[in-house]
Write a protein that binds this ligand. Structure first.
Ligand SMILES: Cc1cc2nc3c(=O)[nH]c(=O)nc-3n(C[C@H](O)[C@H](O)[C@H](O)COP(=O)(O)O)c2cc1C
Length: 259
C-alpha cells in the first residue's frame, strides 16, 4: 500500500471510456473486502457504473470544484452514529488505495447531492443516508510517483518526537488527501502510541467543512494504518487515555507493536 500512497493523487481528468469488465469485477471484490474502522456502524458502498446518473445531479450545484466528471463513481451511505464519518473516510480510502494499485484514478467528491435525489439513483437502506462520492476511471495520464505535494510542514502536524523507524508512517499520513487540502489533523506521538486529533486551522472552513473534516480523519488514519501494517506492525485502533491538545478534538489512538 505504501507504493499506492506514493502514487495516489486526486485525478480530475479521465479517459472517455468505461473500465474493463475485469476491472469492474475487481472493484466489486475490493468493495466487499474493504477494512472498516467501526464494523458495528451499518454502511453501504455502491459502484455506480453509469456515471451519467451522477453528472445529472451536478446541474443544480454552483461550485465547479464539486463537479468532477468521471465514467463511474463510488457512493457511500451510512447510518448516522458516533464515528460514522470517520468510518466512511477509512473504508473509502482503503478502496482508493487498492484502486490506485490497479492504475485506476480516483477523486473524493464532497458533492452535496440531496437525499431524495440520491434515492432515485440507488436503493438506500431505510436508516441510512447518502454521505459522499468518489469519482473513478482510467486517468488521462498514467499514475506515477508523486514527487511533491502541497502539504503543511511536519512541525505543524506532529506533536512530540518519534523514532526514525516511524518516519515512513508519518510521511504516509502527511500525504493523505483531505477536503480542499485542509489537512485538519494533528498527531501526538508518545513512544508507540499515536493520538489523532481534529484541528480546525481556519475559522471560515471550520463550519463549512465540519462533516468533510470528520471524513478526512478516517482517511489520514487509513494511511497511517495501512503503512504500519505493511511495515510489519500490529495496529490497535481504540479510544485511549490521552492529553488535551489546545482546542483540538481527540478522535482515536493507534498503538503500534511488532512481533
Ligand atoms: C473528503 C474530501 C472531499 C473532497 N472533495 C473534492 C471535491 O469536491 N472536488 C475536488 O476536485 N476535489 C475534492 N477533494 C480532493 C482534495 O482537493 C485533494 O485531496 C487535496 O487537494 C490534496 O490533493 P491530492 O489528493 O492530489 O494529494 C476532496 C478530498 C477529500 C478528502
Amino acid at each position: 500500500m505504501i507504493q499506492a500512497i506514493n502514487s495516489r493523487k486526486s485525478i480530475r481528468n479521465y479517459k472517455d471510456a468505461s473500465l474493463s469488465p475485469e476491472d469492474l469485477q475487481k472493484i466489486k471484490n475490493i468493495i466487499k473486502n474493504a477494512t472498516p474502522l467501526f464494523s458495528h456502524i451499518p454502511m453501504e458502498s455502491f459502484l455506480i457504473e453509469d456515471g451519467e446518473k451522477i453528472h445529472a445531479t451536478f446541474k443544480g450545484l454552483m461550485a465547479k470544484y464539486t463537479k468532477v466528471e468521471s465514467p463511474h463513481y463510488l457512493a457511500f451511505t451510512s447510518e448516522i452514529a458516533e464515528g460514522h464519518l470517520e468510518n466512511i473516510g477509512f473504508i473509502g480510502e482503503d478502496i482508493v488505495l487498492k484502486l490506485t494499485q490497479l492504475g485506476i484514478g480516483t477523486c473524493w467528491l464532497g458533492s452535496a447531492i440531496k437525499q431524495e435525489l440520491f434515492k432515485t439513483i440507488v436503493k438506500v437502506q431505510d436508516k441510512q443516508s447518502y454521505i459522499i462520492l468518489i469519482a473513478l476511471g482510467y486517468p488521462t495520464e498514467q499514475l506515477k510517483l508523486v514527487e511533491s505535494r502541497k502539504r503543511l510542514d511536519k512541525s505543524k502536524v506532529i506533536n512530540g518526537t518519534y523514532e526514525n523507524q516511524y518516519e515512513p508512517i508519518i510521511q504516509a499520513f502527511i500525504d493523505a488527501p483531505s477536503a480542499v487540502n485542509s489537512q485538519p489533523w494533528k498527531l501526538s506521538i508518545n513512544n508507540n502510541k499515536f493520538d489523532l486529533y481534529l484541528e480546525n486551522r481556519n475559522m471560515l472552513t471550520k463550519k463549512m467543512l465540519k462533516d468533510m473534516n470528520r471524513i478526512d480523519m478516517g482517511i489520514g488514519l487509513n494511511h497511517l494504518y495501512n503503512s504500519a501494517i505493511e511495515l510489519g506492525y500490529n495496529v490497535e485502533l481504540k479510544q485511549a487515555p490521552h492529553n488535551e491538545l489546545g482546542n483540538s478534538l481527540y478522535i482515536i489512538s493507534a498503538i503500534l507493536n511488532k512481533g
